[in-house]
Write a protein that binds this ligand. Structure first.
Ligand SMILES: CC(C)(COP(=O)(O)OP(=O)(O)OC[C@H]1O[C@@H](n2cnc3c(N)ncnc32)[C@H](O)[C@@H]1OP(=O)(O)O)[C@@H](O)C(=O)NCCC(=O)NCCS
Length: 151
């Protein structure tokens, strides 16, 4: 089997991206939201593919010196093999991310896998957004790239 490779998301990837999102996230984005994000001038969307099958994706929003992780998922069959970590590092190494000094994201307190992933990369919990998900608060996690450059 070929090594997974990371490339920019294409509009034609949306069905496969949405399929993984539907199996991974409690509130997956609709096609309308995906298209809005896809065409955003501030967005950076990457996918991970293996033998031409899509197995993960990440989306960042880049404004000024801030990067916001908007979404990330790895297909259930390929989890715990370092792919999410690879996706985050790849997105933050893209030329579009060159000006980013701080990285932010929201995560459900109940999502222990994602919290452990972010903590393993140096993110720290910096706040709570009450009722963010409707059914759950969000933890705000932040990575200061000046103090914690990714290896
Ligand atoms: C969260 C998610 C993206 C992690 O993807 P992944 O490819 O399995 O993560 P990685 O293999 O890169 O894990 C890197 C580190 O994160 C931590 N981690 C990841 N999954 C974990 C789990 N289930 N339990 C504990 N720690 C976990 C570990 O520290 C791991 O390093 P290790 O395997 O060397 O111990 C994946 O579980 C997923 O798609 N979940 C559903 C979507 C989601 O929750 N997205 C985040 C929304 S905020």
């Amino acid at each position: 089997m070929k090594e997974p490779r990371i490339r920019a998301m294409r509009l034609s990837d949306l069905p496969a991206v949405m399929e993984i999102g539907g199996r991974s996230l409690p509130r997956p984005w609709s096609e309308v939201v995906w298209r809005e994000e896809f065409y955003s001038p501030f967005g950076l969307y990457l996918i991970l593919e293996e033998s031409s099958a899509l197995c993960g994706f990440i989306g960042l929003k880049l404004i000024s010196d801030e990067a916001h992780v908007m979404t990330i998922a790895v297909c259930p069959e390929r989890r715990r093999q370092g792919l999410a970590r690879t996706l985050i590092k790849a997105a933050l190494s893209e030329p579009a991310s060159a000006g980013a000094r701080h990285v932010y994201l929201e995560v459900r307190p109940s999502n222990l896998a994602a919290r452990a992933l972010y903590a393993s990369l140096g993110f720290v919990e910096t706040g709570v957004r009450p009722g963010y998900y409707g059914d759950e608060d969000a933890l705000l996690m932040t990575l200061d790239l000046r103090k914690n450059p990714l290896p």
